[in-house]
Design a protein around this ligand. Structure first.
Ligand code: ATP
Ligand code: ATP
Ligand code: MG
Ligand code: MG
Ligand code: MG
Length: 279
């Protein structure tokens, strides 16, 4: 870069490097999606195509950024998790968040017409997303973060399913349904659904009840377990790994298939069956 007397302005840039050896979660969330979902007539409470589009965009983000280990999505939000070893952009907060947000948004808009062919995107109703990075110091707290999002998914979905059933099937006004649901607990909502509408909440689709988890499936591509990145990465900080080792891991991650799942990530089972995700 050419030197000039203007170059001192560069020194006004503030460092924003995230603490080393911590999990980095970048959570993005649709801006004004309540309005946007009304405008494009998303089905209430859950528009399946809108969720599939979110998931498809997130898969592309996972494919473009091999440093990501897992992602979890619900409604208009997605959390992307970088491993403590991650050195992408020297762990600069702004770079990580803006890259995730813009890559996701680009794919979301690119794929929109595939999922909503009869509703073309038109300004001013264009999808955009905000994002933030949060660091978590250990596996336990990272898992508590993931559990927090999935519990949120469950609580909101039970509420929304009951509310919209009362309105759409029960012919209640929005305010009446809201009034009746005030102060109710889960058991009350399950009972309203079952006794009044014959709906067993347990039979609702898993994607609505559990949200979506994305992770890499190495076994499908990589039959030799010794070659899985979990072994190579275990307890070694990236800064201590050789460049070729890092490149090899990145290559393996790029080749691995990204799986879309709708399962419980709160209990141990999910993580015990897939030890490579957090290793
Ligand atoms: P903000 O800009 O503050 O995030 P918002 O309107 O996006 O505002 P959220 O709390 O993020 O508010 O809620 C997202 C809203 O988008 C939901 O409440 C719901 O109305 C709508 N929405 C998102 N995804 C779907 C979907 N798959 N099906 C139906 N509605 C959806
Ligand atoms: P990074 O991902 O780190 O930003 P980069 O390759 O995008 O890497 P920048 O420093 O952002 O690097 O530089 C952008 C480069 O893109 C310019 O150096 C130039 O080569 C190219 N470029 C951008 N806009 C134009 C344009 N309008 N015409 C020709 N080249 C362009
Ligand atoms: Mg939103
Ligand atoms: Mg939201
Ligand atoms: Mg650039």
């Amino acid at each position: 870069m050419a030197n000039s007397r203007f170059e001192y302005v560069k020194s006004f840039e503030q460092p924003d490097v995230l603490l080393p050896n911590t999990w980095i979660v970048v959570r993005i969330d649709g801006r004004g999606f309540h309005k946007l979902s009304d405008h494009y007539a998303f089905a209430k409470p859950n528009d399946r195509r809108a969720l599939d589009l979110m998931n498809a965009a997130a898969v592309e983000v996972m494919k473009e950024l091999p440093d990501l280990c897992i992602a979890y999505g619900v409604s208009d939000e997605f959390s992307f998790v970088f491993h403590p070893n991650c050195q992408l952009f020297e762990r600069r907060n702004g770079k990580l968040v803006t890259t995730i947000v813009s890559t996701f948004t680009a794919h979301y808009i690119y794929k929109w017409s595939e999922y909503f062919p009869e509703r073309p995107l038109l300004p001013p109703y264009l999808p955009s997303f905000d994002g933030r990075a949060v660091i978590y110091p250990n596996n336990r707290i990272l898992r508590d973060y993931m559990s927090w999002r999935q519990v949120d998914c469950h609580i909101n979905n039970l509420y929304n399913t009951t509310f919209w059933t009362m309105v759409l099937q029960g012919g209640m006004s929005n305010t009446d349904a809201e009034q009746e649901l005030k102060g109710t607990v889960s058991a009350d909502k399950n009972e309203i659904l079952f006794k009044r509408f014959g709906i067993n909440y347990n039979n609702e689709l898993e994607i609505y009840k559990k949200g979506t988890v994305l992770y890499r499936q190495y076994e499908l591509e990589e039959p030799k377990p010794a070659k899985s990145p979990s072994d190579e990465e275990s307890s070694v900080v990236e800064s201590q790994q050789s460049r070729s080792q890092q490149d090899k891991i990145r290559k393996l991650r790029r080749k691995a298939q990204v799986v879309i799942d709708h399962v419980d990530i709160i209990k141990d089972e999910f993580w015990e069956k897939r030890p490579w995700i957090l290793s």
